[in-house]
Design a protein around this ligand. Structure first.
Ligand code: ADP
Ligand code: PRP
Length: 199
């Protein structure tokens, strides 16, 4: 069945989907994406442009200074962008060309930006929410060790902000257990026939 994931990302098809992966900071999005790519190198993941040092964390993002970010935003070079935890996040406009060429794209998104993204993309956007219990999230953020205690509290407060409103609008993947379990759920989702809409 994994062949269908390879085909999904290698054979252009009309109606390619924007798979919009959300979850509070620390819920395991980067870990899930890396685990999926380890199994399926064909998966196309949009690089994020972030005003965060490229060395920080385990994401292959593009570091921009606040000035660079503001310039690109002014020039309309972001397909979508948002601010969180004192950082600016952007998804580049190149992703629109990938979708137009018939390639589905996995985007590491934001719950806070979901409404705007859905207005922009409509049914092309497939919302996926990674869910972890608060105690697990706290432990994961502390183990990650990238943020100060105050920044962890800020992330936990933001995690509570969106509550269940988002889960009603998204496919929910539980990541309280081993990440392999979450990857298998995501694989099944990607292999779902309606995802590989064919021209
Ligand atoms: N299923 C899991 N089981 C155990 N640890 C996990 C799991 N998923 C993620 N982690 C760990 O939790 C921390 C946060 O994960 P990360 O991928 O950075 O989250 P996000 O990208 O959503 O901020 C990392 O230290 C990561 O190794
Ligand atoms: O709007 P929310 O769903 O609450 O998400 C808040 C931010 O956290 C996520 O990024 P990431 O997990 O990379 O945060 P980090 O920069 O702390 O790693 C997400 O991409 C948003 O930028």
């Amino acid at each position: 069945m994994s062949g269908s994931i390879a085909a999904l990302f290698s054979e252009p098809s009309r109606g390619a989907r924007l798979i919009y992966l959300m979850g509070p900071s620390g819920s395991g999005k980067d870990t899930l994406i890396q685990a999926l790519k380890a199994r399926h190198h064909e998966v196309l993941v949009a690089h994020r442009y972030i005003t965060r040092p490229w060395r920080a964390g385990n994401e292959n993002h593009v570091e921009l200074s606040p000035q660079e970010f503001a310039q690109r935003q002014t020039l309309g070079l972001f397909l979508m962008s948002w601010e969180a935890h004192g950082r600016d996040y952007g998804i580049g406009c190149e992703v629109e060309a990938w979708l137009a060429a018939g390639h589905p794209v996995l985007v590491n998104g934001s719950r806070g930006h979901l409404e705007e993204a859905q207005l922009r993309f409509g049914p092309t956007l497939l919302p996926v929410l990674l869910r972890v219990d608060e105690a697990v999230l706290r432990a994961r953020l502390e183990t990650r060790g990238r943020e100060s205690p105050a920044e962890i509290e800020e992330r936990l407060a933001r995690a509570r902000e969106y509550g269940n409103g988002i889960s009603d609008k998204a496919v929910v993947i539980d990541n309280n257990g081993p990440v392999e379990q979450a990857v298998e759920v995501l694989e099944r989702l990607l292999e779902a026939p309606e995802l590989s809409l064919d021209g």
